[in-house]
Ligand binder design. Structure first.
Ligand SMILES: Cc1cc2nc3c(=O)[nH]c(=O)nc-3n(C[C@H](O)[C@H](O)[C@H](O)COP(=O)(O)OP(=O)(O)OC[C@H]3O[C@@H](n4cnc5c(N)ncnc54)[C@H](O)[C@@H]3O)c2cc1C
Length: 466
């Protein structure tokens, strides 16, 4: 259904991903007339949410789909560990407790589950996997929204918000080259982060940001985030902060999604443009380290790196979507990767000489390590000596940005003077920085968006209908 964006409604939802749909469905069920603006065309609806696979939630026991319980305290401890305490405890606890109801709510809105996939970074107990992934989840939500009578306007971008004294009045929206004014009694901003806005990233990262690849939608430009901040919303989160993993450098600039991530790093060495190693590839288990590699590559010259493995490593990590570059010798591999052969040969020789014998075990922090090498490789160090040799080019793959707006437990946007905006609510990545100040917990992006989407929808409807 293509809504006429100049209509008046009770609740205007800006965004078309998970948080937006959770808000729209909840507000509509509460009796509000809802218009949802998605700036992407219908075929690309769903933002980064359509790339997801699983959601973390608190639960008391194993089910057909999760292998055991995941308590509030364990969830909380996991969150404290990854954020180093950079979290609003009240909002975090609220999110964790409310997550207990998500499995039933999602099921009631059309989402179906599947047993955990293999090679998914040890999530089988804490996380539920959506059948068909985020794409199927978003399709289910849009279908339910259509049946309930939520009006969806695709290819319609919210450009400006008219706000007076912390009160939302209307939004200027752009569709088909025309600007319309949408009036609503309350607004839910659920328009994601600003990770696709390269000029904005450059403000913090300089020209390096030109070489970043964006794992998700190109539509997350952060326009509404900027708009809220300009209207006096209190920011939260490190403006430079972003979740970044190492992905295949051959991935597209936007929307490469989950399959472009490379998990080969712990099984070989990683070198930069000058064929030099720059970090301990075996520092810790990969699920605990994969999220730092985007940042590490971002700090290398030209933001490029190369993972080099030999034939012993093949079959030990998730298969890559792009085939590795293959050669019979390290010198040939260097040439195929576009590196100077002599320095790569010397780096690999030095590495091989420093490897101490041990018992190789990818399932433990084993004793296969280097000695006298800087940086060391602390675990899973085996000589790279069995041809053929393989190389994968790596680039920083940006998942999302951390800068957002401060909210309270009713999902109201907080203004600089610490007062909540009367009728402006935020959900999803645009406010996730309140809870996830840094680091990441797999499956938690959807948890925050679902919990706060539902709260924002409920509160926005209550305000509009009250
Ligand atoms: C490859 C990848 C895999 C991921 N896997 C997982 C996972 O398995 N589990 C998990 O929990 N998290 C995962 N995440 C993170 C997760 O995607 C986000 O935390 C979550 O989807 C954010 O939801 P959201 O609704 O806030 O934003 P999004 O889903 O990104 O939605 C934002 C929406 O706003 C729209 N929009 C933006 N600006 C405007 C505007 N001005 N006007 C109108 N519309 C606008 C966009 O088009 C988009 O539809 C993954 C992310 C990526 C990139």
């Amino acid at each position: 259904m293509m809504a006429d964006p100049s209509q008046t409604c009770d609740v205007l939802v800006v965004g078309g991903g998970n948080a937006a749909l959770c808000a729209a469905l909840t507000a509509r069920r509460a009796g509000a007339r809802v218009i949802l603006l998605e700036c992407a065309p219908q075929a690309f609806r769903g933002g980064n949410s359509r790339h997801t696979r699983d959601i973390r939630y608190m639960h008391a026991r194993a089910t057909e789909y999760v292998t055991g319980p995941y308590s509030e305290e364990e969830f909380w401890e996991d969150l404290v560990r990854v954020t180093g305490g950079e979290t609003n405890q009240d909002l975090a606890r609220l999110t964790i407790r409310e997550s207990a109801g998500l499995a039933d709510w999602m099921l009631a809105n059309g989402v179906r589950w599947q047993r955990p996939l293999r090679g998914t970074l040890h999530l089988t107990r804490a996380n539920l996997f959506m059948l068909g992934g985020g794409k199927a989840m978003m399709n289910a939500y849009y279908d339910t929204a259509r049946k309930l009578g939520v009006l969806v306007a695709y290819e319609t971008e919210a450009r400006e918000l008219r706000v007076r004294d912390g009160e939302f009045l209307s939004a200027a929206v752009r569709r088909g080259g025309e600007t319309h004014e949408v009036r609503a009694k309350s607004v839910v901003v659920a328009s994601g982060g600003f990770e696709a806005n390269i000029p904005w990233l450059k403000e913090y990262w300089g020209d390096a940001a030109e070489n970043f690849l964006i794992r998700g939608t190109k539509y997350n430009q952060g326009r509404m985030l900027k708009e809220l901040l300009e209207h006096g919303a209190k920011p939260v989160g490190d403006p430079r902060g972003c979740h970044a993993v190492a992905i295949d450098a051959r991935a597209p600039k936007f929307d490469g999604g989950i399959v472009t991530r490379l998990d080969c790093v712990p099984f070989g060495v990683v070198v930069n443009r000058d064929a030099r190693r720059f970090y301990d590839e075996g520092e810790d288990f990969w699920p605990k380290r994969y999220a730092i590699w985007g940042g590490l590559v971002a700090r290398q010259p030209d933001q490029i790196a190369y993972s080099v493995v030999d034939s012993k490593a093949m079959g030990r990590f998730m298969p890559s979507v792009y085939p590795p570059i293959e050669a019979r010798s390290i010198a040939e591999l260097a040439a195929a990767l576009g590196l100077e052969p002599a320095p790569l040969v010397s780096t690999i020789d030095e590495f091989n000489r420093s490897v101490r014998p041990g018992t190789f075990d990818p399932g433990s922090l084993d004793d296969c390590r280097t000695e006298g090498l800087d940086p060391p490789k602390s675990h899973w160090a085996l000589p790279i000596d069995r041809p053929p040799f393989y190389g994968y080019p790596l680039r920083p793959g940006i998942t999302f940005t951390y800068l957002g707006v401060t909210v309270n437990e009713r999902a109201q946007v907080m203004m600089h003077d610490e007062r909540p905006a009367k009728n402006i609510f935020a959900a999803g990545e645009v406010m996730a920085g309140n809870i996830l100040g840094r680091g990441y917990l797999a499956g938690f992006g959807l948890t925050i968006g679902s919990v706060f989407g539902r709260i924002a929808g409920r509160e926005a409807a209550r305000h509009a209908l009250g």
